[in-house]
Design a protein around this ligand. Structure first.
Ligand SMILES: Nc1ncnc2c1ncn2[C@@H]1O[C@H](COP(=O)(O)OP(=O)(O)OP(=O)(O)O)[C@@H](O)[C@H]1O
Length: 738
């Protein structure tokens, strides 16, 4: 049973390596973050050993890269080595990205593929869906888009109006009931917060005025939330519809009401949970019930500075005291040394977060700063930073461009395409495939009568969907079928939308799309693309349409900025409609080509939690971009921290040439001020390594030779990622690697 996956040079050996790595990890007293063990003994009853022997500290210091995920992977590997069946091990995370990183880390430390596949590695939402399906006897279906929830919110508003409003002298007389896009978004935000915190009472329970006060929600929002939930649950246990997070909430409700439901959880013996800083009340109810019902040995890790989902009720309270309160036998171990980057970045991050951490990596992690005047200039700097990395003979796949938001990707993607640099966009779609841009592509396709030029069937379908969403036609009868018909036979596109011109759907639509269609009918095909798209946006008042489509003002503002960027790009290209259409379709072919190597990652910071890259490039570090003024200041700082702390070897920060316009975070990192202290810390680490080297002989063995050297008695240095033998050891068997 040998390790299947793994990065070149990482542990990569089989079972015994788990013990080797685990022992090394446990004996090393410089680890980081926070590890919680509610039960004192692992499954086989052997006394558990603390990560660093320290008693729990009050608030718990935490840094990124302090081996939290690795600790969980090792805990699982250790359990497997002690013959716990894989099917009785559960690894939990809060986001799909964190779940995938945990899975990859197991492969990295050498757990074989087939064993990893037998483990349950789930998000809490996955677990909730699976358990609810079992309790309810059928698979769950989710409604995912907020705009589809709008009618439910409107009905809830009507229900509240019918029940309370206008009662003279009543304390409900001043209810502020509205149905605008902004109001709907506000109601949905409050609803999510109330559910995440589990503070929404039943309709017949307490006095709603008092309940709203306790829940710290405006009375109107609270009543709308109550009416919405009453309709969603239809007075029954089973939900009439569910959107994201509802499975977690519904399972938590079941468990509170009928604790016996917890018997539906499989009989896990070992449960680990990553990113506990993302925990909210509903998730906590589930995890607590799971631990109690199964009696599993639990290990959880978290870092309070990585709380970026506070709109979902995430809080470090769970990490700090809720677990301790629920499980008095819990033991907490601080993890305070990062193994991801050297002291220069560690100390700059400490200055940013007002934290005290240290580094265990004897390397000078470079922090480079570049500056720009315009968005395009910034994108060119990104290209230059990538080329420099390549020139230094580093792998492109180790390079990630991390943005605050997706609207920034237009200039970046164009610059990458122009420079012939391949890129991957794992969570965030490339800009050409995002809904608001698909809408504009749809406009071009109608104008030129050339949807056929889009090679992918899925993208053609998505274009028709986006056009319908922006035109307010999604709900038109038979649209589902029509959408696929058009994708199969692209020539139907124009006719479909023209068909609505004289008819009722478009004429009555709340958007000005009918006017746009009439404009497109007569626009000359050799018109400049930028002008046509700008006119379409003006006629439609596209910012207002984005608010209707995306409901949430923040999401709408990002979409509107994305559209502005695309129209500006069309204008700057100076191309006519046909030439611009050809150019973007060719760009899409380039961007969506599948590649196994020689590509960089392009993603939003919020979506790369848990991951790490050799070179992190953070562009557009300017006022009004990062921090984003629409979001809470603390969350923005945490998000920036998540971004910079993904770095292993090099961090490139790109900000405006004008110092006034630079992001406040750059100043807060105090990069120059901490450098002398970092130099000193680095020297100490290097001395330590030199001392260790006096006792170690490092081997030049390659990854493929790991088994051979291991069997001959070599050991693996996880920091240097290199095999070695002790100085007194017989060197004869190792001559060819010395
Ligand atoms: N004992 C160790 N010695 C050397 N390297 C280690 C050790 N433990 C972990 N690492 C390496 O340190 C890096 C960071 O580890 P890991 O991803 O587990 O940290 P984390 O605390 O989960 O990070 P984050 O929360 O920021 O995502 C990884 O590359 C891992 O292989």
């Amino acid at each position: 049973m040998r390790g299947g996956g793994g990065r070149g040079g990482a542990c990569g050996a089989g079972w015994t390596c788990y013990h080797g790595a685990l022992d090394l990890f446990l004996l090393d007293r410089t680890t980081h973050g926070r590890v919680l063990h509610p039960q004192p003994h692992p499954p086989d009853g052997r006394a558990d050993r603390p990560a660093d022997g320290h008693p729990a500290r009050g608030a718990g210091e935490a840094n990124a890269g302090a081996a939290k995920t690795t600790t969980l992977a090792l805990r699982i590997a250790e359990s497997l080595a002690r013959n716990v069946e894989p099917a009785r091990i559960l690894a939990l995370a809060f986001t799909p990205e964190a779940r995938d990183v945990l899975r990859q880390r197991l492969l990295d430390i050498g757990v074989p593929w087939d064993t990893v596949n037998q483990l349950d590695i789930l998000t809490i939402e996955d677990l909730a869906m699976r358990t609810l399906a079992q309790l309810e006897g059928e698979a769950l279906r989710l409604t995912l888009q907020p705009r589809r929830l709008k009618t439910h919110v409107w009905r809830a508003v009507d229900a509240v109006a019918a029940q309370y409003a206008g009662r003279p002298g009543s304390r409900f007389a001043e209810l502020d009931l509205r149905k605008s896009e902004t109001a709907v978004s506000g109601y949905l935000d409050t609803l999510l917060r109330l559910k995440a915190r589990m503070v929404l009472q039943g309709e017949d329970d307490d006095d709603p005025v008092e309940a709203a006060e306790v829940a710290q929600a405006p009375l109107t929002d609270y009543l709308v939330a109550l009416a919405y939930e009453t309709a969603r649950l239809d007075g029954e246990d089973r939900a009439v519809f569910r959107t994201a997070f509802d499975p977690t909430y519904d399972l938590a409700r079941w468990l509170r009401r009928e604790p016996g439901c917890a018997q539906a959880f499989p009989r896990y013996r070992v449960v680990v949970c990553d990113e506990l800083h993302d925990m909210n009340e509903a998730s906590f109810v589930i995890v607590e019930a799971l631990i109690r019902a199964t009696g599993a040995f639990f290990t959880g890790v978290g870092d309070k500075h990585q709380v970026i989902h506070d709109q979902l009720g995430a809080s470090h309270d769970y990490l700090d005291f809720r677990f301790r309160h629920a499980f008095p036998a819990l033991r907490a171990y601080p993890l305070t040394t990062t193994y991801r980057h050297g002291p220069h970045l560690t100390l700059a991050i400490d200055a940013l977060m007002d934290n005290r951490g240290s580094s265990g990596v004897p390397d000078h992690t470079e922090i480079r700063q570049l500056h720009y005047d315009t968005a395009e200039d910034c994108a060119q700097q990104v290209v230059a930073a990538i080329k420099e990395w390549k020139k230094d003979k580093r792998r492109l796949e180790q390079c990630a461009v991390l943005m605050r938001d997706r609207h920034q990707s237009i200039a970046l993607e164009n610059a990458l395409i122009e420079a012939g640099i391949a890129y991957r966009v794992p969570v965030m779609k490339g800009y050409l495939q995002r809904e608001e841009i698909l809408f504009l592509r749809g406009v071009l396709a109608i104008c030129l009568g050339d949807l056929r030029a889009v090679p992918s069937y899925e993208v053609r379908t998505a274009i028709v969907e986006a056009l319908a969403a922006f035109a307010g036609l999604e709900a038109a009868a038979g649209f589902e079928k029509v959408k696929h018909d058009i994708a199969k036979e692209p020539s139907l596109l124009r006719g479909f939308f023209q068909g609505h011109l004289g008819g009722d759907a478009l004429a009555d639509a709340e958007t000005a799309f009918a006017d746009v269609m009439r404009y497109l009918e007569q626009v000359p095909q050799d018109s400049p693309a930028g002008e046509v798209l700008a006119e379409v946006c003006r006629r439609m008042d596209v910012a207002a349409v984005a608010k209707r489509v995306y409901v949430n003002p923040y999401a709408a503002s990002v979409a509107a900025r994305s559209i502005d960027g695309f129209v500006a790009m069309a204008g700057k290209s100076g191309l006519g409609l046909a030439a611009f259409w050809k150019k973007i379709n060719a760009a899409e072919v380039f961007a969506s080509r599948k590649r196994e190597k020689d590509f960089i990652h392009l993603d939003c910071v919020a979506d790369v939690k848990g991951q790490e890259f050799g070179h992190v490039i953070m562009p557009y570090l300017e006022v009004n971009e990062f921090p984003n003024p629409l979001m809470p200041a603390r969350t923005e700082r945490n998000l920036f921290y998540v971004g910079v702390s993904r770095t292993r070897q090099r961090l490139t920060l790109i900000s405006p040439a004008d110092t006034e316009r630079r992001s406040v975070f750059l100043r807060q990192m105090q990069i120059a001020a901490v450098a002398p202290k970092a130099d000193q810390a680095l020297r100490q680490l290097e001395n330590k390594v030199t001392e260790e080297r006096a006792f170690r002989l490092y081997l030049s063995a390659r990854y493929e030779e790991r088994e051979e050297v291991r069997q001959l008695g070599a050991q693996f240095d996880t920091v240097r990622k290199q095999w070695y033998i002790e100085s007194g050891q017989d060197t004869a068997p190792f001559q060819r690697w010395l």
